[in-house]
Design a protein around this ligand. Structure first.
Ligand SMILES: [Ca+2]
Length: 173
């Protein structure tokens, strides 16, 4: 008899969606698609095949348990995980969630969704080139107690004393 692997369903992010910042990976998981199984153990979240963490499992999902009545763990079969995508390169990635049942023969079921990591929320307003070294050319203004502000331009020490003191430099760009 074929082993029915645990069923896992990723509801967010949507397959093919473009995301940025911290996103919620959520869905539900139950054992064995065809018979009543065991409780689900770890719910592992992977990005491009590398494990990034374990989701919180046990969120109430009575809607799922109405569709799949009598499953172990019901109605608390939902999972959720906060995934910070800011460290990932922009472009396509694969988010995979793998769940393992808890009987003496562990079986693992996985589901994957394809996402595209887009620019961050304010990325479209950042017009700076990705890599360019700029240097201040002049002191625009100072406020408060600033000693030798022009030292800032030559890489020598500038001392700011007291809260609220600042130097505004001009990059002439
Ligand atoms: Ca099993």
């Amino acid at each position: 008899m074929a082993v029915a692997l645990p069923s896992v369903y990723i509801e967010r992010p949507l397959n093919g969606s473009t995301v940025s910042g911290t996103i919620t990976v959520k869905g539900w998981a139950i054992d064995n698609a065809s018979t009543v199984g065991t409780a689900i153990g770890p719910v592992q979240v992977q990005v491009d095949g590398t494990t990034v963490g374990n989701a919180t499992y046990g969120l109430a999902r009575s809607d799922v348990c109405t569709a799949y009545p009598g499953r172990m763990g019901c109605p608390n079969v939902g999972f959720s995980y906060l995934l910070n995508t800011t460290g990932f390169t922009q472009g396509p990635h694969t988010v995979t969630v793998c769940v393992t049942d808890t009987d003496p023969t562990p079986d693992t079921g996985c589901q994957s969704v394809a996402i595209t990591v887009g620019p961050s929320l304010f990325g479209r307003y950042n017009l700076a080139p990705a890599s360019r070294t700029v240097r201040p050319v002049s002191i625009y203004t100072t406020s408060g107690n600033v000693q030798n502000p022009s030292n800032f331009l030559s890489g020598n020490p500038t001392r700011l004393t007291g809260s609220g003191s600042y130097v505004t430099v001009d990059f002439a760009q």
